[in-house]
Write a protein that binds this ligand. Structure first.
Ligand code: GRF
Length: 230
């Protein structure tokens, strides 16, 4: 089923641009009906306008509380005809009524391997903690932050000299591939939420590992340990 997407974003919008590109290239069976933002100055709005996508932007600080803002947000999403809500750098928690209205149809992307490093500084926090592998997570949204059932993750090594600035582009490059893949699985009705987990039903497309085994071992094994059956 072709997805009709409402994309929520507060900032730059490179994930929205990547999703739009995946749609335009025919890889993703979807259309973005509306881009919504709580930040009327967010660059994502310009990306959307240039792509001919309708936008909705209101400053959340002008509303009495989260509920009041989310009532209007929800109305706008419903009016757009969207059946799927994509969070792409949306820097606010969603109210319970909004999550429930689109139960199992709201996705988020996070720049770390959840459940590690939830929150708005996933890349910085991973580097600060000295982890040697971090990555990207796409998950269904529930009422807690960065918490719902996980659809897909990618792990990548943190280099010894990495900073937030050097690691971020490698994270983002993975994000663009993962988000469109997760959405395409949703479009193909292949995702089943089972408790806290997601089961991916088999499909007909050939699959390719995103990274070889060496890419998820960091620091790299010394040769004498390669092939060790332990
Ligand atoms: C991404 O890193 C995403 O994982 C996080 O917010 C960032 C949004 O980037 N949730 P962009 O606005 O899509 O460029």
């Amino acid at each position: 089923m072709t997805l009709t997407i409402a994309a929520l974003a507060s900032g730059t919008g490179t994930n929205v641009a990547a999703i739009q590109q995946a749609i335009a290239s025919g890889s993703l069976d979807a259309r973005i009906a509306l881009v919504l933002s709580n930040n009327p100055d967010a660059p994502v709005l310009e990306i959307a306008r240039k792509a001919g996508i309708a936008v909705w932007a209101k400053d959340h600080r002008l509303f009495a509380d989260r509920e009041a803002f989310d009532v209007e947000l929800k109305d706008a999403i419903i009016s757009s005809g969207a059946d799927t809500v994509v969070l792409a750098g949306y820097m606010r928690m969603l109210s319970a009524h909004l999550v429930q209205a689109f139960a199992g149809r709201i996705l988020n992307i996070h720049p770390a391997l959840l459940p590690s490093f939830p929150g708005i500084h996933g890349i910085r926090d991973a580097i600060g903690r000295g982890v040697r592998l971090t990555g990207v997570t796409v998950h269904f949204v529930d009422e807690k932050m960065d918490h719902g059932p996980i659809i897909i993750q990618a792990a990548l090594p943190v280099r010894a000299d990495d900073t937030e600035d050097s690691l971020a582009p490698r994270i983002h490059a993975l994000e663009y591939r993962l988000y469109s893949q997760a959405l395409q699985w949703l479009a193909e009705n292949r995702l089943r939420i089972e408790g806290r987990a997601v089961r991916l039903l088999p499909g007909s497309g050939a699959t390719q590992a995103l990274a070889g085994p060496d890419a998820i071992i960091s620091p790299a094994l010394e040769n004498r340990f390669n092939g060790c059956p332990c």
